[in-house]
Design a binder for this molecule. Sequence first.
Ligand code: NAD
Length: 485
Amino acid sequence: MIYETQPTASHYVDGAYLEDTDGTPIPVIYAATGARIATVHAATPAVIDRALTAAARAQSDWARLSGRERGRVLIRAAQILRERNREMSVLETFDTGKPLQETLVADAASAADALEYFGGLAGSLTGEHIPLGGDWAYTMREPLGVCVGIGAWNYPTQIAAWKAAPALACGNAMVFKPSEVTPLCALKLAEILTEAGAPAGLFNVVQGAGEAGQALISDPRVAKVSLTGSVPTGRKVYAAAAADMKHVTMELGGKSPLLIFEDADLENAVGGAILANFYSSGQICSNGTRVFVQKSVKQAFLARLTERLKGVVMGDPLDEATNFGPMVSEAQMRIVEGYIAKGVEEGARLVTGGKRAARDGFFLAPTVFADVTDGMTIAREEIFGPVMAVLDFEDEDEAVARANATEFGLAAGVFTRDISRAHRVIGALKAGTCFINSYNDAPVEMPFGGVGMSGVGRENAKAAIEHYSQLKSVYVRMGDVEAPY
Ligand code: NAD
């Protein structure tokens, strides 16, 4: 046991913890030490059925409440999350290995923002009145029904809340399956929602890997699937959902460009590149991992970047002085090491990092490659680790064309002091989520999501409402019906 408030069983179904040891055991490994800190069990078909049955029952009652009544529960859950921020942050650190310095400000806090925001919106989810001469029509915004959420391992609390908050605000119920790598945090969110007054069955958590995910998606009781994960998984989930015309939201991977022009404030640009590559040890989908730097400032950029990376404090994630944690798992560390070896082999210049730290756990040093060219593997594939590829460019048109030469389109950023260029470049970049003189800000008020292979749909903001509700149109005739016979 990590500490006394950790989740007490594998699943959370129908308002309570639930264990079923017939499911395959899944070890929970603390990334900072490699030690097993808990074991959960994958959901058996019986657990999945119980969760879906409970969700379907809870949904029909929940949808009958007024939006304001639903919103009140979400806002109360946000308050509890904030009160327990430290406890939730410690659990997030155990689940992912991310340093407490990060989790204290980025995870439960972001989840609370989402619950508060969608809780506030819940009372204003209205349709419209459409005058048609004497007749008229109106629309009603209705819930979809039972939604399934499937999470990645990098932000287990945030991902669960970014899906649950708009889903519940719109009158849906949810069965959430966390990543098998980080199964703990979503359970606490479920517990808190119950405490806040959510009816039993409204938000359920079941564990397991792809098999559990597939079982959920293919169930006819499910109306929608929202996945946060990789492109290959996205393809499978989208295909399975298509069989029954289920709604989908796909938050997938990226290989996003960050363009740094010679007129940029160098200090801010270096800071932006650090945030775009090394926060959460680089395990962020929207990271700007292709850093295009205008040739005239390349040396200065690399010199200042190397200097600032001396401020990295790698160590015990529970020590609040630590600002750089381990990779989430040994498997992920090996994948990233493979990419680093490829970078060297294909002729990129290793400026710093490239090695494991001499300590237990899955620590890889922040790594910067310079002289990277577009065809190199490290410039084309998502690495999902602390590896920055610096590419040079001469002029704007070239930088934009090369930035767009990717199948992904999650995010993009530009650093420049030229206001016209900033907007022109962002206008030309193919990406769903963009930043000017900044990187990776993700307030709940701003839609988040990708184009191309990076995904379908948007999370956060009012845009998410579109993805968790559907319109019913009603034509109202005021006069007699004129039929031909
Ligand atoms: P993954 O695709 O391996 O797994 C994601 C989730 O899908 C897990 O819960 C997994 O168990 C489940 N899954 C796997 N196969 C499945 C199947 N056949 N059917 C149903 N579910 C299945 O991704 P990961 O390694 O957990 O996370 C890293 C990836 O997630 C990266 O590509 C990253 O870019 C992406 N990501 C995207 C966002 C975003 O918002 N766009 C955020 C975080 C992570």
